[in-house]
Write a protein that binds this ligand. Structure first.
Ligand code: SAM
Length: 324
């Protein structure tokens, strides 16, 4: 199984981490090809996609647009629709692909709109997006003309959503690796900007995660951290015993003040919170393309200020920081 990043890696040939990254990526690709039923099925679907050049690609809009309806013949359209449907659930988007509107669970343009005015321009930068999902934010970043955008997304449904979109978009310098953050060797002082959004609360050891991230950033590089928080001015933390909003892997919901102290301890400075927004059913909801439970099912029906478990309902903060 090949991967476009394996070719790009030769550009960083002498970097000490390059051979390790190559080996880990090759091992993961072999595992997907040989031992992962879902991965094999997705690869086969992608291989059968029509080889069509979209007549329009517009990445700099809320609904990322690839192609027009009339770019495809009826057979091609049917085939593409089958692949798009096989890749349900579409959590991050939305996209319009050859006239087919993929309304994802998350209206991701809302978060992008909240963070975009505060983030340093990405032109010429090397960017890492941890937990990049379908690549929605990475595609949005391209308007700034970064030098490299690298996503890591271990969950194969989301990874192959990216592969499908990139099949038609063919953006240069843009890659997603089907790896967890922890599987990425430390690319010492490599990235100018790191997006870590919707990740930290899923980490059993947030300190270890931040320690990895800081080492991969050049001094002065920018971290865009988005995470679930709890309200309060003190240095507090909610560590849910069982589930949080029906998720069984939420380990820590800090206050913004606590996030700031984690970042300081990890080696970040110029820490500022630029947004705090409660998640609303306008931003996260069930759609045709994500037909399972969503926010409204995670909240107490009689009191949507709390989750079904009785915890405070989801509120997310965007915190920016610089590597010292
Ligand atoms: C809550 S979603 C956030 C997606 C996106 N970053 C956003 O903010 O909208 C978390 C994503 O991170 C991925 N993920 C989970 N654990 C990860 C890890 N250890 N390393 C990298 N990605 C991970 C998940 O598969 C999922 O796509």
């Amino acid at each position: 199984m090949s991967h476009p990043f394996l070719d790009a890696l030769s550009a960083w040939g002498p970097a000490p981490w390059a051979p390790v990254l190559r080996a880990r990526l090759e091992e993961r690709l072999a595992q997907i090809a040989e031992r992962d039923r879902k991965g094999r099925a997705y690869s086969a679907l992608i291989a059968g996609l029509p080889a069509v050049m979209p007549s329009v690609i517009d990445l700099d809009r809320d609904w990322i647009r690839i192609g027009r309806r009339e770019d495809l013949g009826p057979g091609e359209r049917e085939r593409l629709n089958t692949v798009l449907r096989a890749l349900i659930p579409w959590r991050k988007g939305p996209f319009e692909v050859f006239g087919m509107r993929i309304d994802s669970e998350w209206a991701s343009h809302m978060k992008w709109g909240r963070l975009r005015p505060h983030v340093s321009r990405l032109n010429g930068r090397c960017v890492l997006d941890i937990g990049s999902s379908s690549g929605y934010y990475m595609f949005r970043m391209l308007a700034d003309e970064p030098a490299l955008v690298l996503g890591v997304e271990p969950y194969l449904t989301f990874y192959y959503q990216f592969v499908l979109l990139q099949h038609f978009i063919g953006a240069q310098g843009l890659f997603t690796l089907p790896l967890r953050l922890e599987a990425l060797p430390i690319l010492e002082e490599f990235f100018d900007t790191v997006f870590c959004m919707g990740i930290l609360y899923h980490q059993r050891d947030h300190r270890a995660a931040l320690a990895r991230i800081v080492r991969m950033m050049r001094p002065g590089g920018e971290l865009v951290l988005e995470t679930l928080i709890v309200d309060g001015n003190e240095d507090a933390l909610l560590a849910p015993r069982g589930r949080y909003a029906k998720m069984n892997n939420v380990y820590a919901l800090p206050t913004v003040k606590r996030v700031a102290s984690w970042l300081r301890q990890a080696g970040f400075g110029r820490i500022r919170c630029v947004d705090v927004t409660p998640t609303s059913p306008v931003e996260q909801r069930r759609t045709d393309w994500m037909p399972f439970e969503s926010l409204e099912d995670f909240l107490n029906r009689d009191d949507p200020r709390v989750t079904v478990e009785g915890h405070p309902a989801p509120v997310r903060a965007i915190v920016l920081a610089e590597r010292r």
